[in-house]
Design a protein around this ligand. Structure first.
Ligand SMILES: C[S@@+](CC[C@H](N)C(=O)[O-])C[C@H]1O[C@@H](n2cnc3c(N)ncnc32)[C@H](O)[C@@H]1O
Length: 190
């Protein structure tokens, strides 16, 4: 899909005056994957949304999965993903809306970090969690970024497993606010 970004470089992606991703999240994301690597082993990882490739690189470096599928909707960002995939083995880059992709396998870990270019309908939210549940292996983990120190949400079809509040290096939120608290959250199937 062609998406017109206001700005896109190695450190920031801005669309419609909103920050899609910035490198300021790198310290927080490092903490997520350091934590996951200290507790779990994952053979197959699905990553939703490539962005600046920060989490993709951390997944490779900390988790080193045999299979790492990355789904990206933007043509322009997908080019970066394709280039990134050349430096590693086992990466499958997919140009698609992740909700529409024809997955051939299930995953030990799903790291879900898309950016909503349109407000999702209730129906889409339901479809999203049904698909996540379907795509997770029996003991698979669903991991999402959580910005700030607010309580984690209850998610349909999933139960909270890890919930760690962190003080991290300051990062910029989508609306330009700066925050230095975040959580590591993982969920499993019931
Ligand atoms: C917050 S960024 C991801 C940041 C990434 N985790 C990183 O570390 O750089 C969100 C990404 O999800 C992509 N995206 C948004 N909606 C999507 C969808 N429905 N399917 C696949 N990718 C999507 C965006 O184009 C963008 O590249």
């Amino acid at each position: 899909m062609k998406i017109n970004f206001d700005k896109k470089d190695n450190d920031i992606i801005i669309w419609n005056n909103q920050i899609v991703m910035s490198r300021s999240e790198e310290n927080y994301f490092s903490e997520i994957f350091k934590f996951l690597s200290s507790k779990y082993k994952f053979n197959s990882v699905l990553e939703i949304g490539y962005g600046l490739g920060i989490s993709a690189k951390l997944i490779q470096n900390y988790l080193n999965p045999q299979h790492h599928t990355i789904v990206e909707i933007s043509d322009e960002i997908f080019e970066d993903l394709e280039n990134f995939s050349l430096s590693y083995s086992g990466i499958e880059p997919c140009l698609s809306d992740w909700l529409e992709y024809d997955y051939k396998t299930k995953f030990d870990l799903i790291f879900c970090d898309p950016f909503d270019y349109a407000t999702p309908s209730l129906e889409m939210v339901e479809k999203k969690f049904q698909l996540i549940r379907y795509l997770l292996k029996e003991n698979g983990l669903y991991c999402i970024p959580h910005f700030g120190d607010g309580e984690p949400k209850t998610l349909p079809f999933l139960q909270l497993r890890d919930n760690v509040l962190l003080e991290v290096e300051p990062y910029i939120l989508w609306n330009g606010e700066v925050c230095n608290f975040a959580r590591i959250l993982t969920y499993t199937k019931y």
